[in-house]
Design a protein around this ligand. Sequence first.
Ligand code: Z5A
Length: 232
Amino acid sequence: MRNRVTRRIRHTILGAMQRGRFITFEGGDGVGKSTQIQRLAQHLLKHGIDCVVTREPGGTPFAERVREFILAGQLPAHPPMAEALLFAAARYDHIAGLIRPTLEEGRWVLSDRFSDSTQAYQGAAGGANFSALMQLEKLTVGDCEPELTIVLDLEPMTGRARIAERGGGLEVEVDPFEGRDLAFQTRLRQAFLDIATEHSERCKVVEAGQSLDTVEAEVWQHVVVRFELEAG
Ligand code: Z5A
């Protein structure tokens, strides 16, 4: 009897050890998420940690189709909750089709945006009902919550300038989300900071106005501390 219990405990511990880790990157437009997520993936690979980099909306064929639809622009006016439901549909598929199976294989998942983006864009900045969003998140995400969220914080004008520069300073096509006004972007920034304060165990804020290398080093430091890795 005692042996069976010991075996079960060992099995549970091994299972937990082998499960991959789930990290998300959040923040407003042009804060540097895509750049930093790739840099983090390189650090992890150097440490022998296999990871999958993904994004939201997107990550599975269905969710990528939803992404195309949402970001194509020219959508007729619609309530923010309708938008939240679209993002949630994409997320549900992303979790079922990519995030959960990858974690169960023991690989890490790094996602460029996740459910905090819905809270911030459609909720705090967009005006969708908060408790309805919480219910939606519970239904969509369940227990598949990230263990660490890096919130890149940047003054909105700088983010905008970076996006313009990325397009070579030319008239670039901005998606409908990037086209929103400065007041929206300011509410958005505050929304991410509020989420980070409310979930201070999970979220770490990094000042994204610093150089690329400094931001990278700070992100890496948070990962090292959170998952007890060897630095370097
Ligand atoms: N959205 C939503 O409303 N609700 C949701 O639930 C979800 C999403 C999941 C997705 O668009 C949109 O969907 C997004 C929110 C909404 N709205 N917007 N905008 P996306 O995926 O196309 O866009 P994004 O997520 O905002 O990412 P982005 O615009 O591509 O920016 P980024 O990934 O954060 O930044 P980057 O591409 O890494 O960097 C931008 C440029 O800045 C680039 O040229 C870099 O080289 C440069 N950069 C980055 N860091 C630095 C530093 N430190 N110094 C100098 N230059 C830098």
